[in-house]
Ligand binder design. Structure first.
Ligand code: IPM
Ligand code: MN
Length: 332
């Protein structure tokens, strides 16, 4: 099987870490055909391109996408901040229906959990607007969209994951004491789906309390399911407690496989260290491993996971770390 992989290095350290992720895929011997897409803030500033419809259509024919990071504060000077992130990353997640954002945090014995972040709804859906913009009476609203279907498919995915872990434990994280409509829907659907999984023990934490638990007792968690914005914030914290955001990987999954899934590090473009060989490629490499797993290349994925077991062994420049991991993958 030769997989069709779309590669978007993006901006800042994105291309550097993706080069190392590709090195690791090559080391596994998995066969693939690579198409590069020159997209990101640099491209937007060059010729105004964010993401063409034709490119998005082309992606539907791929087996997977591998992305470094996109965005640059320079875009925010002449255009709305985040234009490129929303136009590429969020559009891809929404239109390719990558409704699960799976973010694992494994650093035993400190922590060993994963966050399942809903990836297509919530405050990210773009509902809201301005009234009387620019006047002293201005109003800005930003709604949170929570569909029964969207919440249920995410929670179902989370129960499936928890059913396969050693501890079989799933925690819903929300803020249902204040977000009484969205939180109510999430908890109700959670309880209903839970009945189908009698072997999975369940829990609930408010998002603010979960932040404390992440730092003080991360062993509390096995699988966590949460909404889009809480998941965004919580997974940056997850990275910080699980060895640094340089190790935080993510899989934007379309579990129904009606389109390609996308794999990317949790971190951003880090323009301050771009091009210096200082970026840790581990997050991109672990993301590539998640891609291999999702493609069904379990053996190759296991080799990558084994090579990443003791990440503290890998030191040096971006490419030296990549070389060391590639050698370990080849040795396995
Ligand atoms: C992430 C990023 C994105 C998000 C940004 C770049 C739009 O922070 O993947 O976590 O908020 O989802
Ligand atoms: Mn984020």
């Amino acid at each position: 099987m030769t997989y069709k992989i779309g590669v978007i290095g993006g901006d800042g350290i994105g291309p550097e870490v993706i080069a190392e992720a590709i090195k690791i895929i090559d080391a596994t011997g998995v066969s693939y055909e690579r198409t590069d897409y020159d997209l990101g803030a640099h491209r937007y500033l060059q010729d105004g391109t964010v993401l063409n419809d034709e490119t998005l259509e082309e992606w539907r024919g791929l087996d997977a996408l591998l992305l470094g990071a996109v965005g640059d504060p320079a875009v925010g000077v002449s255009a709305p901040a985040g234009l490129v992130e929303r136009g590429i990353l969020l559009r891809m997640r929404f239109e390719l229906d990558q409704y699960i954002n799976l973010r694992p945090f494994h650093l035993p014995p400190t922590c060993d959990f994963e966050v399942i972040r809903e990836n297509t709804e919530g405050t990210y859906a773009g509902e809201g607007g301005f009234l009387r913009k620019g006047t002293p009476f201005e109003i800005a609203t930003q709604g949170s969209v929570n569909t029964r279907m969207g919440v249920e498919r995410c929670i179902r995915f989370a129960f499936e994951r928890a059913a396969k872990t050693e501890r079989h434990h799933l925690t819903l994280v929300h803020k249902k004491n204040v977000l009484t409509f969205a939180g109510d829907l999430w908890q109700r659907v959670f309880n209903i789906v839970a009945e189908e999984y009698p072997n999975v023990s369940t829990g609930y934490d408010h998002i603010d309390a979960a932040c404390i638990h992440f730092v003080e007792r991360p062993e509390r968690y096995d699988v966590i399911v949460t909404d889009n914005l809480f998941g965004d914030i919580l997974t940056d914290l997850g990275g910080a407690v699980a060895g640094g955001v340089g190790f935080a990987a993510s899989a934007n999954l379309n579990p129904a496989r009606t389109g390609p899934s996308m794999f990317e590090p949790v971190h951003g473009t880090a323009p301050d260290i771009a091009g210096m060989g200082l970026a840790n490629p581990s997050a991109a490499i672990i993301s590539a491993g998640l891609m291999l797993e999702f493609l069904g290349e379990s053996e190759a994925a296991a080799k990558v996971a084994a090579a990443m077991q003791s990440p503290e062994r890998h030191t040096g420049s971006t490419s030296e770390i990549g070389d060391a991991i590639a050698n370990e993958v080849k040795a396995h």
